[in-house]
Design a protein around this ligand. Structure first.
Ligand code: GNR
Ligand code: NI
Length: 173
């Protein structure tokens, strides 16, 4: 099977700020995109990857928070929606493949229920907890043009954006 690694967009990029569009039908193109996103996520490596990070505006993300390197458990979530959030909150030190090596604490509901379509177009509703819940919310944010730094103070956000502008300039040299 041919696998293709997709380049990951780096913040700041206008394509990371856009609202993504629902997938009208889960077809061969959708499956190809999801497969490439899974390969790109494992290669990075990351525990999640959202379509806008690879320059697609489809409402798709993939994640795998299993802590083993060998026993892969990728989930593909198409047109995901939050149907319930816990009152209990949880704080995680979050990172993002679009802001490499920058981490900051973000507080979010500790558990969420999400409805979504899988790669076969089948409807699911699943409860996510802890890192899975944090990751699912971080990825859903991406589909709405929101980055984890948007949950931080303006000062922290502008500091991290400045670092990324500098990093991207150095990359371009
Ligand atoms: O790899 C990732 N790790 C991570 C850690 C804490 C909270 C969220 C994440 S998601 C991130 C990959 C990514 O950028 N997904 O959009
Ligand atoms: Ni991210």
């Amino acid at each position: 099977r041919i696998m293709s690694l997709l380049p990951i967009l780096l913040h700041p990029d206008p394509r990371l700020k856009k609202q993504c569009v629902p997938v009208p039908s889960v077809d061969a193109d959708t499956r190809r995109l999801a497969e490439s996103m899974i390969e790109t996520m494992y290669d990075a490596p990351g525990v999640g990857l959202a379509a806008p990070q690879v320059a697609s505006d489809a409402r798709i993300f993939v994640m795998d928070c299993t802590d083993s390197e060998t026993d892969n458990n990728p989930l593909v979530l198409i047109n995901p929606e939050i149907t319930w959030v816990s009152e209990e909150l949880n704080t995680y030190s979050e990172g993002c493949l679009s802001l490499p090596d920058l981490f900051e604490d973000v507080e979010r509901p500790k558990q969420v229920r999400m409805s979504f379509l899988d790669i076969d177009g089948k409807h699911h509703e699943e409860l996510f907890d802890d890192l899975w819940a944090t990751c699912a919310q971080h990825e859903l944010d991406h589909l709405n043009g929101v980055l984890f730094i948007d949950h931080l103070s303006r000062m922290k956000r502008s500091m991290m954006t400045k670092k990324m502008v500098k990093f991207k300039k150095e990359l371009a040299l």
